[in-house]
Design a binder for this molecule. Sequence first.
Ligand code: ZN
Length: 436
Amino acid sequence: MHLVEAGGKRVLLDAGLFQGLKSLRLRNRAQRVDAPRHIDAVVLSHAHIDHSGYLPLLVREGFRGPIYCTSATAELLGIMLRDAARLQEEEADRANRHRYAKHQPALPLYALADVEATLQLLDGRRFGKPFDVTPNVTALFRPAGHILGAATIELDLDAAAPRRLVYSGDLGRWDRPILPDPELVPEADVLLLESTYGDRVHPANGEEELARIVRDAVKRGGVILVPAFAVGRTQELLWLLAHLADAGRIPSLPVYLDSPMAMKVNEVYAGHAAELDSDGGLPGRKQVHVTVTPEESKALNRLPGPVIIVSASGMATGGRILHHLSLRLSDPRTTVLLVGFQAAGTRGRALQDGAREVRIFGRDVPVRAAVERLDALSAHADRAELLRWLEGFTRPPRQTYLVHGEPAGAAVLAAAIAKRFGWEVRAAVDAEIVEV
Ligand code: ZN
């Protein structure tokens, strides 16, 4: 969340929820913005909850301005924010029933009514067409290649003494299926750049690694469980699995998409075909079995392997994947495949770091499953790709601040940018105020 003040107006760039470490998540419950009713507008980069999930709280606290985003983002938010409210209500409910909440009663962060009020404020805009945010702030969205609808945001501030602020949002990758490459941005006075994978270079050959993981899992004969974000990872994974099976590089296994939300998201992708790559067709229902009702989901419990079950959430912090993990983690035939970034403090990160047991629904579940990690499927640019996007600038930004990364990622990326381009660059400090 970044607050921009210009000409007496206040504009928020993104309004996300903290995820991961409990110390961070607790901050979601603290007052994070002064006087939300006096914020004039929000400009949103994309629909992921760590960029949008605070919006219902903002609205509950009095924000009534427009929320500008791309039309695809607006459609995805309808799915994602309603799901976020439902997950929070379920989690609070379960905590109260099983009395594992430290604070009684556990309260959800927000309710469905807050989400519905938020959705009323969305104002969907097109890529590549500048629009007025306030009388002295103009915005432009360019494709970021991260998920459907994801944009980099260019803000032109104060026409009398013009300044351009560019916010990368989350940057995607080059030469990936489904989405086109990130669009380059030519100019910025101040740049806010994400640094999620600033200290990593993704392995090149994700397809071969995925094929190897699937073949190994088939030998063990168990179920392959994939915690995946409903937006982005799931679509790319389904595309790759279908592609590998068609090419005969993996056996043709039943794939179950146990996520009603991911299914709805697939429909939004299909409705925005013009924004997808030419290879953008998602696998059809013949290839992917979709489970909708809780009963259909529970029926998967009786399935022997080998099958692939893809289910949210991506860091195993909630959703149906928890039921599958609690049932199958202790089975050595199971393979858990982690396909996205796993934030510190999440069950996904614990699994990635080799935890012997993880706590699910208040119970310690032993981990005997094989845990595999496939970073090549990340929706985030790695260090090399972040530098490639920076090559697009025709002059150095006066200031570059690194955001949206853990400290190690930001530090390594800052050093790499200084070395390659000689720019003024450092990690942003939480809550600091800078003059543009
Ligand atoms: Zn994102």
